[in-house]
Design a protein around this ligand. Structure first.
Ligand SMILES: C[S@@+](CC[C@H](N)C(=O)[O-])C[C@H]1O[C@@H](n2cnc3c(N)ncnc32)[C@H](O)[C@@H]1O
Length: 300
Protein backbone atom coordinates (compact mmCIF):
# COMPACT_ATOMS: atom_id res chain seq x y z
CA UNK A 1 0.00 0.00 0.00
CA UNK A 2 1.66 3.25 -1.07
CA UNK A 3 0.76 6.87 -0.59
CA UNK A 4 1.35 9.52 -3.26
CA UNK A 5 4.26 11.76 -2.31
CA UNK A 6 3.02 14.81 -4.17
CA UNK A 7 -0.28 15.44 -2.42
CA UNK A 8 -0.75 18.90 -0.94
CA UNK A 9 0.17 19.03 2.69
CA UNK A 10 -2.17 20.38 5.31
CA UNK A 11 -0.69 22.82 7.83
CA UNK A 12 -1.32 20.23 10.54
CA UNK A 13 1.76 18.21 9.55
CA UNK A 14 4.18 20.84 10.84
CA UNK A 15 2.12 21.27 13.99
CA UNK A 16 3.47 18.21 15.79
CA UNK A 17 5.94 20.18 17.85
CA UNK A 18 5.68 20.94 21.53
CA UNK A 19 3.63 24.11 20.94
CA UNK A 20 0.51 22.33 19.64
CA UNK A 21 -2.34 22.86 22.13
CA UNK A 22 -3.72 19.35 21.74
CA UNK A 23 -0.29 17.78 22.18
CA UNK A 24 -0.82 16.06 25.52
CA UNK A 25 -4.15 14.72 24.29
CA UNK A 26 -2.45 13.47 21.13
CA UNK A 27 0.32 11.91 23.15
CA UNK A 28 -2.20 10.19 25.38
CA UNK A 29 -4.06 8.89 22.31
CA UNK A 30 -0.76 7.59 20.86
CA UNK A 31 0.10 5.87 24.14
CA UNK A 32 -3.33 4.18 24.08
CA UNK A 33 -2.96 3.12 20.41
CA UNK A 34 0.49 1.80 21.05
CA UNK A 35 -0.51 -0.09 24.15
CA UNK A 36 -3.40 -1.69 22.24
CA UNK A 37 -1.02 -2.75 19.44
CA UNK A 38 1.37 -4.16 22.03
CA UNK A 39 -1.41 -6.17 23.74
CA UNK A 40 -2.49 -7.60 20.37
CA UNK A 41 0.98 -8.21 18.91
CA UNK A 42 3.67 -7.85 21.57
CA UNK A 43 6.54 -9.34 19.51
CA UNK A 44 5.77 -7.08 16.55
CA UNK A 45 5.21 -3.87 18.48
CA UNK A 46 8.19 -4.49 20.74
CA UNK A 47 7.44 -1.69 23.24
CA UNK A 48 4.50 -0.65 25.38
CA UNK A 49 4.69 3.03 24.46
CA UNK A 50 6.07 5.17 21.64
CA UNK A 51 9.62 6.52 21.83
CA UNK A 52 9.98 9.73 23.77
CA UNK A 53 11.11 12.88 21.98
CA UNK A 54 14.65 12.75 23.41
CA UNK A 55 15.24 9.33 21.93
CA UNK A 56 13.57 10.31 18.66
CA UNK A 57 15.87 13.36 18.42
CA UNK A 58 18.92 11.24 19.15
CA UNK A 59 17.94 8.95 16.24
CA UNK A 60 17.42 11.92 13.93
CA UNK A 61 20.80 13.40 14.87
CA UNK A 62 22.51 10.61 12.89
CA UNK A 63 20.81 11.67 9.65
CA UNK A 64 22.27 14.47 7.57
CA UNK A 65 19.24 16.51 6.42
CA UNK A 66 21.16 18.03 3.53
CA UNK A 67 21.99 14.64 1.99
CA UNK A 68 20.51 13.36 -1.25
CA UNK A 69 18.14 10.47 -1.75
CA UNK A 70 15.30 9.02 0.29
CA UNK A 71 15.43 8.40 4.02
CA UNK A 72 13.78 5.10 4.84
CA UNK A 73 12.17 4.64 8.21
CA UNK A 74 11.43 1.12 9.41
CA UNK A 75 8.72 0.60 12.03
CA UNK A 76 7.59 4.24 12.40
CA UNK A 77 4.57 3.26 14.55
CA UNK A 78 2.74 6.46 15.50
CA UNK A 79 5.55 8.59 14.07
CA UNK A 80 7.70 10.14 16.84
CA UNK A 81 10.95 9.46 14.95
CA UNK A 82 9.34 10.61 11.67
CA UNK A 83 8.50 13.88 13.33
CA UNK A 84 12.03 14.27 14.74
CA UNK A 85 13.46 13.68 11.25
CA UNK A 86 11.21 16.38 9.80
CA UNK A 87 12.07 18.74 12.63
CA UNK A 88 15.74 18.11 11.90
CA UNK A 89 15.16 19.36 8.39
CA UNK A 90 14.60 16.20 6.34
CA UNK A 91 12.01 17.08 3.70
CA UNK A 92 8.88 14.91 4.25
CA UNK A 93 8.88 14.04 0.53
CA UNK A 94 12.15 12.18 1.07
CA UNK A 95 10.66 9.92 3.73
CA UNK A 96 9.59 6.36 2.97
CA UNK A 97 7.87 4.86 6.00
CA UNK A 98 7.74 1.06 6.11
CA UNK A 99 5.22 -0.10 8.70
CA UNK A 100 3.61 -3.51 9.14
CA UNK A 101 0.60 -2.50 11.20
CA UNK A 102 -2.39 -1.34 9.10
CA UNK A 103 -3.78 0.99 11.78
CA UNK A 104 -0.43 2.72 12.22
CA UNK A 105 -0.19 3.09 8.43
CA UNK A 106 -3.55 4.91 8.32
CA UNK A 107 -2.44 7.22 11.09
CA UNK A 108 0.94 7.90 9.43
CA UNK A 109 -0.78 8.83 6.17
CA UNK A 110 -2.96 11.30 7.99
CA UNK A 111 -0.07 12.79 9.93
CA UNK A 112 2.57 12.87 7.22
CA UNK A 113 0.68 13.16 3.94
CA UNK A 114 3.77 14.23 1.98
CA UNK A 115 5.72 11.15 3.03
CA UNK A 116 5.37 7.76 1.33
CA UNK A 117 3.79 5.14 3.57
CA UNK A 118 4.40 1.51 2.65
CA UNK A 119 2.57 -1.21 4.49
CA UNK A 120 4.92 -4.18 4.43
CA UNK A 121 7.61 -6.28 6.02
CA UNK A 122 10.79 -4.34 6.80
CA UNK A 123 12.75 -7.59 7.09
CA UNK A 124 12.19 -8.11 3.36
CA UNK A 125 13.51 -4.78 2.06
CA UNK A 126 14.17 -5.95 -1.52
CA UNK A 127 10.57 -7.25 -1.82
CA UNK A 128 8.84 -4.46 0.11
CA UNK A 129 10.63 -1.62 -1.69
CA UNK A 130 10.76 -3.32 -5.11
CA UNK A 131 10.60 -0.70 -7.88
CA UNK A 132 10.31 2.21 -5.44
CA UNK A 133 13.84 3.55 -5.32
CA UNK A 134 15.08 5.62 -8.21
CA UNK A 135 18.29 6.53 -6.41
CA UNK A 136 20.23 5.09 -3.44
CA UNK A 137 18.85 5.89 -0.02
CA UNK A 138 20.69 8.39 2.19
CA UNK A 139 19.89 6.60 5.45
CA UNK A 140 17.77 3.84 6.97
CA UNK A 141 16.32 4.65 10.39
CA UNK A 142 14.90 1.69 12.27
CA UNK A 143 12.84 1.33 15.43
CA UNK A 144 12.14 -2.34 14.72
CA UNK A 145 12.16 -4.55 17.80
CA UNK A 146 15.27 -6.35 16.53
CA UNK A 147 15.82 -8.42 19.66
CA UNK A 148 12.64 -10.39 18.99
CA UNK A 149 14.29 -11.71 15.80
CA UNK A 150 17.11 -14.27 15.50
CA UNK A 151 20.68 -13.13 14.72
CA UNK A 152 20.63 -14.13 11.01
CA UNK A 153 17.51 -11.98 10.34
CA UNK A 154 19.10 -8.94 11.97
CA UNK A 155 22.38 -9.25 10.12
CA UNK A 156 20.60 -9.90 6.81
CA UNK A 157 18.52 -6.74 7.37
CA UNK A 158 21.69 -4.70 7.85
CA UNK A 159 23.27 -6.22 4.72
CA UNK A 160 20.12 -5.41 2.69
CA UNK A 161 20.07 -1.84 4.04
CA UNK A 162 23.70 -1.35 2.98
CA UNK A 163 22.74 -2.60 -0.50
CA UNK A 164 20.10 0.11 -0.99
CA UNK A 165 22.13 2.97 0.52
CA UNK A 166 24.72 5.26 -1.02
CA UNK A 167 28.29 4.68 0.25
CA UNK A 168 28.61 6.11 3.75
CA UNK A 169 24.85 5.80 4.37
CA UNK A 170 23.91 5.03 7.95
CA UNK A 171 21.62 2.39 9.38
CA UNK A 172 20.33 3.93 12.60
CA UNK A 173 18.78 1.69 15.25
CA UNK A 174 17.74 2.19 18.83
CA UNK A 175 17.93 -0.44 21.50
CA UNK A 176 17.05 -0.76 25.17
CA UNK A 177 20.12 -2.95 25.62
CA UNK A 178 23.64 -1.66 26.16
CA UNK A 179 25.32 -3.67 23.41
CA UNK A 180 24.91 -3.64 19.65
CA UNK A 181 21.64 -5.37 18.72
CA UNK A 182 23.23 -6.52 15.45
CA UNK A 183 25.82 -9.30 15.61
CA UNK A 184 29.07 -9.30 13.61
CA UNK A 185 28.46 -12.77 12.22
CA UNK A 186 25.50 -15.11 11.95
CA UNK A 187 25.12 -18.61 10.67
CA UNK A 188 24.00 -18.86 7.04
CA UNK A 189 24.45 -15.13 6.29
CA UNK A 190 27.14 -13.59 4.07
CA UNK A 191 29.55 -11.67 6.32
CA UNK A 192 28.63 -8.00 6.66
CA UNK A 193 31.64 -5.83 7.53
CA UNK A 194 30.52 -2.75 9.41
CA UNK A 195 31.65 -0.03 11.76
CA UNK A 196 29.27 0.92 14.56
CA UNK A 197 28.97 4.06 16.61
CA UNK A 198 26.99 4.12 19.87
CA UNK A 199 25.29 7.20 21.27
CA UNK A 200 25.35 8.10 24.94
CA UNK A 201 22.46 6.53 26.86
CA UNK A 202 19.22 8.49 26.60
CA UNK A 203 18.28 8.39 30.28
CA UNK A 204 15.20 10.57 29.77
CA UNK A 205 13.53 7.87 27.69
CA UNK A 206 11.45 5.26 29.44
CA UNK A 207 13.03 2.76 29.50
CA UNK A 208 16.46 4.38 28.90
CA UNK A 209 17.79 3.55 25.45
CA UNK A 210 20.80 3.98 23.20
CA UNK A 211 21.21 4.55 19.48
CA UNK A 212 23.60 2.62 17.25
CA UNK A 213 24.63 3.96 13.86
CA UNK A 214 26.11 1.38 11.46
CA UNK A 215 28.05 2.08 8.29
CA UNK A 216 29.44 -0.38 5.80
CA UNK A 217 33.13 -0.68 6.62
CA UNK A 218 35.17 1.19 4.04
CA UNK A 219 37.76 -0.94 2.21
CA UNK A 220 40.60 0.53 4.27
CA UNK A 221 38.95 -0.34 7.56
CA UNK A 222 38.50 -3.94 6.49
CA UNK A 223 42.12 -4.11 5.39
CA UNK A 224 43.18 -2.56 8.69
CA UNK A 225 41.35 -5.34 10.48
CA UNK A 226 43.25 -7.99 8.56
CA UNK A 227 46.68 -7.23 10.11
CA UNK A 228 44.97 -7.29 13.51
CA UNK A 229 43.62 -10.73 12.70
CA UNK A 230 47.07 -11.78 11.47
CA UNK A 231 48.56 -10.58 14.76
CA UNK A 232 46.01 -12.61 16.71
CA UNK A 233 46.95 -15.60 14.55
CA UNK A 234 50.66 -15.06 15.34
CA UNK A 235 49.92 -14.80 19.06
CA UNK A 236 47.95 -18.04 18.85
CA UNK A 237 50.82 -19.76 17.02
CA UNK A 238 53.30 -18.36 19.57
CA UNK A 239 51.16 -19.64 22.42
CA UNK A 240 51.03 -23.07 20.77
CA UNK A 241 54.83 -23.13 20.42
CA UNK A 242 55.27 -22.09 24.07
CA UNK A 243 52.97 -24.90 25.16
CA UNK A 244 55.02 -27.43 23.17
CA UNK A 245 58.29 -26.13 24.64
CA UNK A 246 56.84 -26.28 28.15
CA UNK A 247 55.72 -29.87 27.60
CA UNK A 248 59.15 -30.84 26.23
CA UNK A 249 60.90 -29.29 29.22
CA UNK A 250 58.62 -30.92 31.81
CA UNK A 251 59.03 -34.31 30.06
CA UNK A 252 62.79 -33.87 30.13
CA UNK A 253 62.77 -32.87 33.81
CA UNK A 254 60.55 -35.80 34.72
CA UNK A 255 62.85 -38.32 33.05
CA UNK A 256 65.88 -36.69 34.74
CA UNK A 257 64.13 -36.97 38.12
CA UNK A 258 63.25 -40.61 37.40
CA UNK A 259 66.89 -41.39 36.51
CA UNK A 260 68.22 -39.57 39.60
CA UNK A 261 65.73 -41.42 41.87
CA UNK A 262 66.70 -44.79 40.39
CA UNK A 263 70.39 -43.97 40.87
CA UNK A 264 69.82 -42.82 44.47
CA UNK A 265 67.93 -46.04 45.24
CA UNK A 266 70.70 -48.05 43.72
CA UNK A 267 73.36 -46.19 45.76
CA UNK A 268 71.38 -46.50 48.97
CA UNK A 269 70.66 -50.20 48.38
CA UNK A 270 74.35 -50.81 47.58
CA UNK A 271 75.48 -49.08 50.78
CA UNK A 272 72.92 -51.01 52.85
CA UNK A 273 74.12 -54.28 51.38
CA UNK A 274 77.71 -53.28 52.02
CA UNK A 275 76.88 -52.46 55.68
CA UNK A 276 74.91 -55.72 55.91
CA UNK A 277 77.90 -57.62 54.60
CA UNK A 278 80.19 -55.94 57.15
CA UNK A 279 77.62 -56.89 59.79
CA UNK A 280 77.57 -53.24 60.84
CA UNK A 281 74.31 -51.17 60.91
CA UNK A 282 74.35 -47.85 59.07
CA UNK A 283 75.55 -44.98 61.35
CA UNK A 284 72.10 -43.49 61.97
CA UNK A 285 70.68 -46.89 62.91
CA UNK A 286 73.64 -47.56 65.22
CA UNK A 287 72.98 -44.28 67.02
CA UNK A 288 69.28 -45.11 67.50
CA UNK A 289 70.18 -48.50 68.87
CA UNK A 290 72.55 -46.93 71.36
CA UNK A 291 69.84 -44.52 72.56
CA UNK A 292 67.44 -47.46 72.99
CA UNK A 293 69.95 -49.46 74.96
CA UNK A 294 70.73 -46.47 77.22
CA UNK A 295 67.01 -46.07 78.02
CA UNK A 296 66.52 -49.73 78.83
CA UNK A 297 69.59 -49.95 81.13
CA UNK A 298 68.71 -49.37 84.87
CA UNK A 299 69.46 -45.96 86.35
CA UNK A 300 72.33 -45.71 88.63
C1 LIG B 1 9.17 -0.43 19.07
S1 LIG B 1 7.93 0.12 17.93
C2 LIG B 1 8.61 1.68 17.47
C3 LIG B 1 7.57 2.63 16.94
C4 LIG B 1 8.05 4.05 16.76
N1 LIG B 1 9.08 4.19 15.79
C5 LIG B 1 8.54 4.62 18.05
O1 LIG B 1 9.72 4.86 18.16
O2 LIG B 1 7.71 4.81 18.93
C6 LIG B 1 8.20 -0.96 16.57
C7 LIG B 1 7.38 -0.67 15.34
O3 LIG B 1 7.83 -1.54 14.32
C8 LIG B 1 6.71 -2.08 13.63
N2 LIG B 1 7.16 -3.37 13.05
C9 LIG B 1 7.48 -4.51 13.70
N3 LIG B 1 7.88 -5.46 12.84
C10 LIG B 1 7.82 -4.91 11.62
C11 LIG B 1 8.12 -5.39 10.32
N4 LIG B 1 8.54 -6.63 10.12
N5 LIG B 1 7.96 -4.56 9.28
C12 LIG B 1 7.52 -3.29 9.48
N6 LIG B 1 7.21 -2.78 10.68
C13 LIG B 1 7.35 -3.57 11.74
C14 LIG B 1 5.67 -2.23 14.71
O4 LIG B 1 4.36 -2.31 14.16
C15 LIG B 1 5.91 -0.95 15.50
O5 LIG B 1 5.19 0.10 14.97
Amino acid sequence: MRDGRLRSQPKRQEAHGRSHPGLSLKRFADEARFFKAWVEKPMLTGAVSPSGRFLARMMARYVDPSGRGPVIELGPGTGPVTLALIQRGVAPERLILVEYDAEFCKLLKRRFPRATVVQGDAYDLPGTLAGMLTEPAAAVVSSLPLLTKPDPDRLRLLGDAFQIMAPGGRFVQFTYGMISPIPRKARGVEPVEYVAEASPAVWLNLPPARVFAYQAAPEGAVRKLRPAEALIGKIRKGTGRMKEEFKERTDRMQSEIRLATAKAKQDFGGRRNKNHNDNKPPPALALLRKIGEARRSPKR
